[in-house]
Ligand binder design. Structure first.
Ligand code: HEC
Length: 291
């Protein structure tokens, strides 16, 4: 073997070894984060999963109702405007419904002709109202913990991350399953699997959640059975409300998901047809040529 090929072989060996070590270390870290006896996270069969998956409009509308009636008292959604609620590929409320939903809240506007600021009902172009004037006020009301803005929380919690795709976070695949399991994962008392693993576990002022990193979360359980009364008559179990609001948060983080998928499918079809045509052209051109 000459020098060059020896060098190449050695580089390949070293890279393979490094990859092997990296995967086993991350694998071990993930395995270690799961305590024995811990409940398994549920993998939800989302309507919008997969290449052809689309949102369920009624579910997104219910999800908005849960957000508005429960979560909005602590969490803002700064990036969502009321008019987005009628956009194609989203909850698709009618424009009249969106006008009415927006008008339930006021916003400061102005100055008027006298130079005074004034309050007016919100319009579809306005953002959703934030529950607190600023982050300090939000923290002060929540025992020092900041309720994060929920506009992009689904992405922030790894909806599309490589790690979630291949390994899962404690068996959770992606932010959607994480958020759903978080909402249904509260316990009134510290479960035995925790006290067995760590006799000194102290909850303090926090709340116990099976799926929050470290198990202690500042947010108290936000949803219970019948926290909302659905306008479409759906029975409001804890699970149903959690599924609905999670889907709503996924849509908020990726409002163009349906458009993206439909363009993707069209592009693939186009490429398949083009490949067929190219093959036919190639055969035609080489037909009478000896090769
Ligand atoms: C009483 C206030 C309050 C309400 C109501 C509330 N939350 Fe929270 N939420 C918080 C606080 C505070 C945190 C920060 C928790 C922490 O860092 O320990 C939080 C954190 C979160 C997180 C991030 C968890 C993480 O991985 O960091 C999500 C997701 C969330 N809330 C969703 C919701 C949803 C959905 C609702 C409505 C069903 C809701 N919250 C209602 C106060 C609230």
């Amino acid at each position: 073997m000459n020098n060059l090929s020896q060098n190449i072989t050695s580089v390949i060996r070293k890279t393979a070894l490094a990859l092997l070590i990296a995967t086993s270390v991350t694998g071990a870290a993930f395995a270690a984060s799961k305590v024995e006896g811990a409940p398994e996270a549920e993998h939800v069969d989302w309507s919008w999963a997969g290449v052809f998956g689309t949102f369920d409009r009624a579910q997104l509308q219910r999800g908005y109702q849960v957000y508005k009636e429960v979560c909005a008292s602590c969490h803002s959604m700064d990036l969502v405007k009321f008019r987005n609620l009628s956009d194609a590929g989203g909850p698709e409320f009618s424009e009249a419904a969106v006008k009415a939903l927006a008008a339930e809240y006021e916003i400061e506007d102005g100055p008027d002709v006298e130079g005074e600021m004034f309050m007016r009902p919100r319009l579809p172009k306005d953002a959703m109202p934030a529950p607190f004037a600023n982050n300090n006020a939000a923290k002060a009301s929540n025992g020092g913990a900041l309720p994060p803005d929920l506009s992009l929380i689904a992405k922030a919690r790894g909806h599309y991350s490589f790690k979630d795709l291949f390994m899962g976070r404690d068996g959770l695949t992606g932010g959607s399953n994480y958020i759903y399991n978080l909402l249904v994962g509260y316990e009134d008392e510290v479960p035995e699997y925790i006290t067995n693993a760590d006799a000194h576990f102290e909850l303090g002022d926090s709340n116990f959640n099976n799926f929050f990193d470290g198990y202690k979360i500042a947010m108290s359980q936000p949803l219970y059975e019948d926290s909302v009364t659905y306008t479409d008559g759906t029975v409001a179990t804890l699970e149903q409300q959690s599924l609905d609001v999670t889907s709503f948060l996924i849509w908020a983080a990726e409002p163009k998901m349906e458009e993206r998928k439909s363009i993707g499918i069209k592009v693939l079809l186009y490429l398949i047809i083009l490949a067929g045509l190219m093959y036919a052209v190639k055969r035609r051109i080489w037909e009478n040529i000896k090769h």
